[in-house]
Design a protein around this ligand. Sequence first.
Ligand SMILES: Cc1cc2nc3c(=O)[nH]c(=O)nc-3n(C[C@H](O)[C@H](O)[C@H](O)COP(=O)(O)O)c2cc1C
Length: 332
Amino acid sequence: MPSNAATEAARLSSAPMMDWTDRHCRFLHRQLSRHALLYTEMVTAPALVRGGALHLLEFSPQEHPVALQLGGSDPNELAQAAKLGAEAGYDEINLNVGCPSDRVQSGTFGAVLMKDPDLVAECCSAMIGAVGVEVTVKCRIGVDDQEPQEVLPEFLARVSAAGVERFTIHARKAWLKGLSPKENRDIPPLDYDLVRQMKETFPALHLSVNGGVGTLAEAQKLLEAGFDGVMLGRAAYHQPVDILGSADRFIFEEDTPDRTGKDAVRAMLPYIEAHLTEGGKLHQITRHMLGLFAGQPGARAWRRVLSQGATRPGAGPELVEEALAEVTGVVA
Ligand SMILES: Cc1cc2nc3c(=O)[nH]c(=O)nc-3n(C[C@H](O)[C@H](O)[C@H](O)COP(=O)(O)O)c2cc1C
C-alpha cells in the first residue's frame, strides 16, 4: 500500500466539489484540521493545456496536503495537466471518474469513463509517467445498467495494473441519463458492502469510501470496518466544525483540542485582509463560512449578517467581527 503524506491524510478527506471547494474554502477547512486531505474542485485538462488557465491551479502553501482533481480523457493532455499540477506543488493528482454532469459527459470525462477502464488505465499510466506525486482515481461503483458486482472489480483490477494504488469510491451508481447531477448524489442507493468487498479482493489497494457520510462518528465506524479512508463532501462543507474541527483528535489521534467556529473565524481574518488588499471581494471567502456555527445558538444571526452584508461595496473584516458578535453561547 502506498505511503506518503497525502496517503496518511486520506484517512479523512474533504471531497472535490465544483464551485464549493475553491482555494478559500480549502484554506478555511485547513484552519479546522491540520491533517485531513483537501481536494480541489475538478479542473479540466483542456482548460489547463489548451486554455492556459493556470490561475485555476493557484493555492496557498498552508493548504497542504492538497490534491488536484483533473477531468479529462485524453492521455497526453491529462499527462500534461498532471505535470502542470505537480509543478504547481500539489501533493496528489486525482482523476475524476465519478461526475455525471451533462457538461462533463459532452467532453467524455467523469463517470462515463466507468465504461472504458482501458482508457482510464491508459490515462493514469500517462499521468504516472509524467509526475512524481501519487496519481489516484475517484470513481463510482458503476453507471447506468452496468452490474457493479462485475464492473467494479474489473475496473479496479485494470486501473491498478496501470499503477494506481489509491482509489476513492463513491459507493453508488451514476445514471447518465434521466437523473440530474444532484439527484445522482442521492437517489441511486449506497452500497458500502460492495466497496468493503473490494478491500477484501484487493487488500494491497488503499480504498476510501465516499457518499452519504454525515458525521465523524459514522466515518470512524467505516474506518473500523476496514476502509482505509473516508471522504466527506456535503457534510464537510455545511458543518465544517463538526466534521473537520474534531478530525485531528478523533480520526488522526492527535492530542490536540478541537477547533471551534470562533477559532476558524479568528484564523481567517488575516487571510481575508490579504485577499481584500489584493483586490478580492469579502463574499468570495465568507460564502464558505456560513456553516461555521451550524446547530449552535446565534447561527442564524451569523449567516444573516454575513449574507446580507458581504456583497456590499467596501465590506471588510469588520463585518465578520460584527457577525461574530451576534454569535452567543459559543465556546471560544
Ligand atoms: C456542489 C457539488 C459539486 C461536486 N463536484 C464534484 C467534482 O468536481 N468532482 C467530483 O469528483 N465530485 C464532485 N461532487 C461529488 C462529491 O465529491 C461527492 O462524491 C458527493 O457529494 C458524495 O459525497 P457526500 O455524500 O459526502 O456529499 C460534487 C458534489 C457537490 C455537492
